[in-house]
Design a protein around this ligand. Sequence first.
Ligand code: CA
Length: 236
Amino acid sequence: MSRKILVVEDEPVLLETLEYNLGRQGYTVCTADNGSTALDVARQELPDLILLDVMLPKLDGFEVCRILRQEMTVPILMLTARDDEVDKVVGLEVGADDYVTKPFSMRELLARVKALLRRARFVEEEQTAKQDEPAPQQALSFGDLSIDQTRREVSRHGELLHLKPKEYDLLLFLAHHRGNVLSRDTILERVWGWDYTGGSRTVDVHVRWLREKIESDPAMPGRIVTVRGVGYRFEG
Ligand code: CA
């Protein structure tokens, strides 16, 4: 089923360019050129993702984002033009999921769209799985890697990996938050517990051990990616 994207942009040429390029990728596109129409269209069409410009007539993108956040969980990617707008988006005051700064390359934008949709689908599936059967759920698989949550076993290319308990917990936590940037502190708190007294180096060490086991090239990790100055992101 084709995913539906709502593009909200008041600059006609940019709107048309976005519509064209997203359409070419197979997405169904609906559009709005001001904030209040954006609300109407979002409520009517229930899109899978919204590209939302900040500076808009009638109601700005921040306001639109705030209002929609209270009504639906759709991923929102903000299109920002100025640094102070970026500050506001990054401060998560408005509840956007991601942003790109104008001018952006279409290639980058499409990559972000794809990543957000993939993440949303993963969360959706996770929630459905939770509803369908009580935990623990079925196996998670990421390419050649699979995690059997019932048996707490991880295998790669069908061969069982020998993970220490904390390595398993860490991998499972990362996998459940695939695509999200996780700080060392968050990981430490959620995997080791808030009362753990060791430092966040513990996280780095376990990530290194995990990479030795699950990455094709541990020196150039593609699964557990380092986000400089912050922590890690699991790519799957
Ligand atoms: Ca604008």
